[in-house]
Design a protein around this ligand. Structure first.
Ligand SMILES: Cc1cc2nc3c(=O)[nH]c(=O)nc-3n(C[C@H](O)[C@H](O)[C@H](O)COP(=O)(O)O)c2cc1C
Length: 465
């Protein structure tokens, strides 16, 4: 039998053994004996054929597996986070779970631990893991932190930098990207305090998925506040992890999308036919390339792109305020079909018919969001891109728009009825820059988005960041 002493081991291994021994309250020699005994008894650990085909049961993980730290907050939707663990593991991700005290009122650490394949962490002052400052390790030994459900309380604590329990301490200590899946009563979500906290978190670079609209757990309550479905959250996590090495990694991108609705009275509004498909595709492509994306969207019937923070607005003025709040950014892409005019005054009551004459709508011009950002003196994004929707002389008008607005590029498309662009899935665009005009062939809006994002990545690559 060969003889081996602990002294002969390299320093790194010795240090790890010391930590393990301290954790289990044993001497280093006893720890080594225990490890060897366990290894000898566990023939499986030496003779492994194939990993389990049930992803939720597969404990064998390739060293390259990406790791997700899932923080479960104390909301009704916590039960869905158990399914989320499975969904993340199905994608080959390693999942570690931290639960708040309130979360344990809804689901047990045992269930979360059984599904994740390792014990769920619950205590900040845990002698078994804090002997080597375990909360810092938890915060660092992952590639992405997902908070689901993100309660109003957790969002408030995060926005203010509190670290009063294990979950918040980990969230403050991490240097990894954070994805929040908020879930709360619609009134809590709409509350000004939550709005402020959300704006702060977005400004801090936190990604958001959901919430969705729908019925609440509470009787007779419905609205915006349901946690995004586990599949949506897993998709968003996958997109963020994929983008962690992408060409726009670390860049902040603001995209506007969809139409605006300009109110006439409480039930009527002025709108346009924009579907938001192109803007949403660009936001998704930028996120997939690793950017932190804020998508300011008018009313659309589209799902939120994964890994993107979506700010929903109605009118042009709301959109302008949301864009301002999303700055600073490296790149701004203004795809939304913003109404040029709004009604000069909005009637507080529904306008009735039956008067002597039909009512006349007096219109007033809306703010020019593209020009206002492109012509900023301070905090102007490095690259400001506008979209031009034209029905005739597309390139000519786009060139004039580039000069007039002071932006860097114009992406011009023909939105005449026969082009089928408005609401359709394909687009044929012309990229108009100071260097000239490129006409791209007709392709899907996703393909236009991917090509544009590749060009954006090239353009911002040389700025030394
Ligand atoms: C039955 C019940 C359901 C709750 N659901 C939610 C919820 O969906 N979202 C939320 O923000 N808070 C919800 N709360 C309140 C949170 O549990 C409470 O704010 C708690 O302090 C959150 O703690 P945590 O953020 O540390 O997990 C609920 C409370 C109860 C009693």
């Amino acid at each position: 039998m060969p003889s081996l002493t602990v002294r002969q081991l390299d320093e790194k291994l010795k240090q790890r053994l010391r930590l393990r021994a301290a954790k289990h309250g044993r001497s280093v020699e006893d720890e080594v004996r225990t490890i060897l005994r366990a290894a000898a008894a566990d023939t499986d650990s030496f003779v492994r054929d194939e990993p389990s085909h049930d992803p939720a049961l597969a404990h064998d993980r390739p060293a390259s597996s990406k790791r997700v730290l899932l923080v479960i907050g104390g909301g009704i939707a916590a039960y869905k986070s158990l399914d989320l663990i499975r969904r993340l593991r199905e994608r080959g991700l390693v999942v570690r779970v931290v639960m708040t005290k309130a979360a344990q009122q809804f689901v047990t650490p045992l269930a979360a631990g059984a599904l994740s394949g390792e014990r769920a962490f619950t205590e900040l002052f845990d002698p078994a893991s804090e002997f080597d400052v375990g909360h810092i390790r938890l915060a660092r030994e992952c590639d992405l932190v997902v908070v689901a459900p993100a309660t109003a309380d957790l969002m408030a604590k995060m926005a203010n930098g509190l670290a009063s329990d294990l979950a918040t301490a980990v969230l403050l200590a991490t240097d990894k990207r954070i994805l929040l899946a908020p879930a709360m009563n619609p009134r809590m979500w709409a509350h000004k305090a939550t709005r402020r906290n959300l704006a702060q978190l977005v400004a801090d670079g936190v990604a958001i998925v959901g919430p969705n609209a729908g019925e609440m757990a509470e009787n007779n309550e419905a609205g915006l506040g349901r946690m995004a479905e586990p599949l949506e959250i897993a998709d968003a996590a996958g997109a963020l992890l994929a983008g962690a090495t992408g060409a726009l990694k670390g860049r902040r991108v603001v995209v506007t999308s969809g139409p605006t609705h300009e109110p006439i009275d409480p039930v009527r509004y002025i709108a346009n036919r924009s579907s938001g498909k192109q803007g949403h595709a660009i936001a998704a492509a930028a996120a997939a390339a690793g950017a932190q994306v804020t998508l300011v969207s008018g009313p659309v019937n589209l799902p939120d792109p994964p890994g993107v923070c979506v700010v929903r607005v109605e009118s042009a003025r709301d959109m302008q305020a949301a864009v301002e709040a999303a700055l600073p950014a490296d790149v701004a892409v203004f795809v939304a079909a913003v109404a040029d005019w709004r009604t000069a005054s909005v009637s507080g009551e529904k306008i009735k018919k039956g008067g002597a004459r039909a009512p006349t709508l007096a219109l007033t011009e809306n703010p020019d969001i593209l020009a206002s950002v492109a012509q900023r003196k301070a905090r102007r994004p490095k690259l400001v891109i506008g979209f031009a929707a034209e029905t005739e002389k597309v390139v000519e008008h786009a060139k004039a728009k580039l000069a007039r607005k002071g932006c860097d590029w114009i992406v011009a498309n023909d939105v005449s009825a026969e082009s089928g662009v408005m609401g359709g899935d394909d687009n044929a665009v012309h990229l108009v820059t100071a260097a000239g005009v490129e006409s791209w062939p007709a392709q899907s809006k996703d393909a236009v988005a991917a090509a544009l994002v590749a060009r954006i990545a090239e353009a911002v690559a040389g700025d030394g960041r």
